[in-house]
Design a protein. Structure first.
Length: 96
């Protein structure tokens, strides 16, 4: 992820979203119109938009939207946790 910065514009290199300077240190993000943010908050908003674009790519094969997945994943897991050694081995094998 990279947020490109110039004096009056913050741009994401992964999405069309951007932030513009509102003066006096304030920033407005394209998908949060009307909210004045600090530069740090504007960068965080753009990074979140980039993460969302990654999630959208991941959920496409599942036939879900990013919003649907987020709601489902945010619910508390009712399954008992796996043994730690098994879960680490399994995730390591999948990520190869």
């Amino acid at each position: 992820m990279t947020v490109l910065h110039d004096l009056k514009l913050l741009r994401s290199d992964r999405t069309a979203h951007h932030a513009r300077s509102a003066g006096d240190g304030g920033w407005v993000v394209s998908y949060l119109p009307g909210r004045i943010l600090t530069e740090r908050q504007a960068v965080a908003a753009l990074l979140a938009a980039e993460e969302l674009s990654v999630i959208q790519q991941c959920v496409q094969p599942l036939g879900l939207t990013a919003l649907e997945l987020t709601g489902m994943a945010a619910t508390e897991c009712t399954w008992p946790p796996p043994k730690r050694s098994q879960s680490i081995r399994y995730l390591t094998e999948i990520s190869r």
